[in-house]
Design a protein around this ligand. Structure first.
Ligand SMILES: [Zn+2]
Length: 175
């Protein structure tokens, strides 16, 4: 049994029908949508979506959506889009594995051994934090654009050091 299914049972122990469900999906470059299931908790839906996005480097994905549906409600009013993310080339590893949510100013590379990230600061709202875990690189900027260009610099430094996107980033580059 996979993780997602276990989470589903745990969050609905008495098998009561949920009044709302969480539906993650992804869209491929050719427009084809892949549904990832219907879940009774937001937490499980995110877990399933994040787990799937780890395959980003193996597929041609374009966007992801997490939608809430009210059960037994007719029409579009029963639907709320919780999150939409778009997939771009990662500024660091250059693979098309960088998921950006423009509404929440957050982004995360789902590429193996990269995981470059951008997030709005929880301590100083309006400021943008960014990082690259393999070298414990952390920085704060004023805007999402600046954050992306900082990550671009990290990518350029790696390239200058002779790294290729397919390298496993397991060691810390020497200064
Ligand atoms: Zn990356």
């Amino acid at each position: 049994m996979d993780e997602g299914l276990k989470g589903f049972h745990f969050s609905a122990p008495f098998m009561t029908a949920p009044s709302r469900v969480y539906v993650p999906s992804v869209t491929e470059d050719d427009g084809g949508a892949i549904g990832l299931g219907v879940f009774s908790s937001e937490e499980t839906a995110w877990k399933v979506l994040r787990q799937f996005l780890r395959k980003s480097h193996l597929m041609s994905l374009n966007r992801s959506d997490l939608v809430i549906w009210e059960v037994d409600q007719v029409g579009e009013s029963g639907m709320t889009v919780l999150s939409s993310m778009h997939c771009r080339d990662c500024p660091v590893c250059k693979r098309k594995t960088f998921w950006i949510d423009l509404d929440s100013f957050s982004a995360m590379c789902a590429g193996e051994a990269c995981e470059a990230w951008i997030e709005e600061s929880t301590i100083e709202p309006g400021k943008i934090d960014l990082g690259w875990p393999p070298t414990r690189f952390l920085k704060q900027t004023e805007s999402l654009e600046d954050a992306i260009s900082e990550l671009n610099d990290v990518g350029a430094q790696l390239e200058a050091a002779g790294r290729t996107p397919n390298d496993a980033f397991t060691s810390i580059p020497e200064e």
